[in-house]
Design a protein around this ligand. Sequence first.
Ligand code: C2E
Ligand code: MG
Ligand code: MG
Ligand code: MG
Length: 286
Amino acid sequence: RAKQTGRNAVQFYAPHMNAHATDRLALEGALRGALREDQFELHFQPQVELGSGRVVGTEALIRWRHPQFGTVRPERFIALAEETGLIVPIGAWVLRAACRQNVHWQRAGLGQLRIGVNLSARQFSEPDLVQTVRQVLDETGLPPDSLEIELTESMMMADIEAAIETMRCLKTMGVKLSIDDFGTGYSSLSYLRRLPVDVLKIDRSFVRDIAGSADGAAMVGAIISLAHGLRKQVIAEGVETLAQLDYLRGCGCDEVQGHIFSRPEPVHAVERLLRQGRAEPVPLQA
Ligand code: C2E
Ligand code: MG
Ligand code: MG
Ligand code: MG
């Protein structure tokens, strides 16, 4: 019976949905079980340097391998994990597993690959975040500059001074920082100058608009110029077509991540690509 409720919760819980308390409770219980029973797994999506075509890193993306319901995507459970605080142990697991995997690849001679790890707001404001990151780096032996922590604008805006302080601590350790989903938050441009980040990841909603309208294309070009003017690198997310790829290349975008090169894949599948070292664009549509 509990399993049945859990199933409904997994299928129907969404961030802004007024899910029934019983479903939420069931999903919370299922999430605790998932941690205990080791049901989380990471998929990895390659990031390709546009100039060289080389795969220079991957982003780690969590999946929940539920014994009955199959692979559950993060949209289904991250929001509740965040509300319940379960994201803290889940996030620590992600960080450790991602760093460990990346060290493994580096030691296997696959290059100085970088690994991107998403943080949630709750994790970012935990007092011992910096300590956790330091510990994971020590424990796994990953070179700090091979780790790129992805933050979002909204998680910084709650308390910008505290956020900058935390970011400085991470930077001092040598870790790279990026702003994920850039352009979708509410931060003002004046803050961007002050944020000690290395990389802007252009949200895929902007990339989608490249071909649709001159305005959409102009936005992407402007973000890239802005980033480079501030001496930051740019990764475009959600690239699916050759038209998008060509436009981004023309704008001097540094790296691309998207289905055109690869979907997020489990370890064994992404390793094939990492061994090749390069990725060929295979557009979803002409
Ligand atoms: P994100 O960090 O912006 O990750 C990129 C998302 O875009 C991934 O969805 C990826 O599969 C998807 N994507 C990549 N290329 C394309 C493309 O060409 N077309 C389309 N349509 N989609 C593309 P995913 O894996 O479902 O993750 C969704 C979000 O869940 C992530 O967005 C991130 O915010 C969150 N998330 C994932 N893993 C973690 C985690 O370990 N911790 C936390 N806190 N959040 C995570
Ligand atoms: Mg991300
Ligand atoms: Mg994210
Ligand atoms: Mg993103």
